[in-house]
Design a binder for this molecule. Structure first.
Ligand code: UGA
Length: 454
């Protein structure tokens, strides 16, 4: 059991903290936002993530929340930095939060060897930069301490973050110091060996017996993170490009995905055609990768193409509606699902925003609903987004078309029989190939599934 501090209580920090406490470590989560810390102290979770609140509650005796760096950092063997690195206008991430976290670590290091773990997604070379910031801050505070910086990229998906954290496909640690790598191996031992009893609602996947540990250098670990996200993004864009061709030649995108995905070299996951990817990671990381490569004179044309195809997917929704309805001005368009994917309330780069903005520009009245993200939409998008409905029925009533943007099960399984008759025009666009064609067409709807056509 180790003493661990985690700076930043966003998706990554909080999930990491909860999982490490669950595995038996004593964890202090530090955040500069006192409101968030107070909420966490009360046992409330500031973000929606399945099972997170339960795990936080269950591990209360091993978890502390604070705004103070001291004494948490000085008493920790491992300090995680898990702060945000949002994109700037030039595509490069904003590292100011990372810098101030690293300075705080340097000022508060304890007498014993500390491993400083960079969990935030950072430009290649940042590990060395963090090291120099920690060292400078340490010297300014007139401290003499030994520490090592390691990069430990995160591969969790929002909506299944705890499961991804507890049953990881791999754990990557980049470091120049073998003793720091060993500390990380010890910290993660229960995950590597899968020696813990699974939490009640997060069962271990069948046949999952251990997790591989990839020990590498700092730069490689940092690049692994970008390469993984860019590859997943291009896999989705690839199937979307193929699916558009499939629509035109009368082929079936789902069969194609299965037919190519069963080749173990390709793999079946992330071949779901539709509106394309959103969220905080793929757009930000592909853009950062391109921007870093540009500094080295490399065009990264495949990654750029994946981004281009993805923007086209969003534009296609408008094209489909235009070609069906001819005129969008004055028409009511319903949007089912506003978060960037199901089981999260995260709205970052959510396709629903861009789609509703484009529709509004064309004079349409856009009404949206999300099972979890409604209140966040009201706050974050205010009047820039769709009108937020309190029920699915409000979205359908008198509408000229509805678009399924996020495949929440409760939206997919809406009471179509009751809802469709309330529409002015029974046009349904399925952006996630999630709806059942025979059911909807049987009820008189015209269903257009992106990648599959009408
Ligand atoms: C992604 C990666 O999957 C994680 O491994 C990574 O750790 C994370 O980014 C990150 O860098 O923090 P996330 O953004 O939470 O995770 O969501 P995904 O499940 O990857 O979905 C991304 C988008 O792709 C969603 O909008 C989803 O609807 C879309 N998608 C996914 C498709 O359009 N088709 C698919 O086949 C799969």
């Amino acid at each position: 059991m180790m003493n661990v501090s985690i700076i930043g209580t966003g998706y990554v920090g909080l999930t990491t903290g909860a999982a490490l406490a669950f595995l038996g470590h004593r964890v202090t989560c530090i955040d500069i936002d006192p409101k968030k810390v107070e909420q966490l102290k009360r046992g409330e979770c500031p973000i929606y993530e399945p099972e997170l609140e339960n795990i936080l509650k269950g591990c209360r005796d091993r978890l502390t929340f604070t705004t103070d760096y001291e004494p948490a950092i000085s008493g920790s063997q491992v300090v995680f930095i898990a702060v945000g690195t949002p994109s700037q206008a030039d595509g490069q991430p904003d590292l100011s939060y990372l810098k101030s976290a690293a300075q705080a670590v340097g000022r508060n290091l304890g007498p014993k060897f500390t491993v400083v773990v960079n969990k935030s997604t950072v430009p290649i070379g940042s590990g060395n930069w963090v090291e120099s910031i920690v060292r400078d801050a340490m010297r300014e505070a007139k401290k003499e301490a030994s520490f090592s910086v390691v990069s430990n990229p995160e591969f969790l998906r929002e909506g299944s973050a705890l499961s991804d954290m507890l049953y990881p496909d791999r754990i990557v640690v980049g470091s120049e110091d073998p003793s720091a790598t060993t500390v990380m191996q010890d910290l993660y031992l229960p995950l590597l060996k899968q020696s813990f009893d699974s939490p009640k609602n997060l069962p271990r996947p069948k046949g999952f017996v251990q997790s591989p540990f990839v020990a590498t250098d700092l730069q490689s670990a940092e690049l692994i993170k970008y390469a993984a996200n860019a590859f997943l993004a291009l896999k989705i864009s690839f199937i979307n490009e193929v699916a558009e061709l499939a629509e035109r030649v009368g082929a079936n995108a789902g069969h194609i995905a299965r037919g190519i995905g069963l080749d173990a070299r390709i793999g079946e996951r992330f071949l779901q055609a539709g509106i394309g990817w959103g969220g905080s990671c793929f757009a930000k990381d592909t853009s950062a990768l391109i921007s870093t490569a540009r500094e080295y004179g490399l065009p990264m044309s495949i990654t750029q193409a994946a981004r281009d195809v993805n923007s086209r997917q969003r534009a296609r929704v408008i094209e489909i509606l235009l070609s069906e309805l001819r005129i969008l001005k004055g028409k009511k368009i319903g949007i089912l699902g506003l978060a960037f994917k199901p089981f999260t309330d995260d709205l970052r780069d959510a396709p629903a925003f861009e789609i509703s903005s484009r529709l509004k520009e064309r004079g349409a009245k856009v009404v949206g609903y999300d099972p979890i993200a409604n209140s966040r939409v009201r706050q974050e998008w205010a009047d820039r987004g769709p009108i937020v409905a309190d029920s699915v029925a409000e979205v359908f009533a008198e509408s000229d078309a509805v678009v399924l943007v996020t495949e929440w099960p409760e939206l997919v399984n809406s009471d179509w029989k009751a809802l469709l008759p309330s529409m002015k025009n029974k046009l349904v666009v399925d952006g996630r190939s999630a709806l059942d064609r025979p059911t909807l067409t049987g009820l008189g709807a015209k269903l257009i599934i992106m990648g599959y056509g009408a």
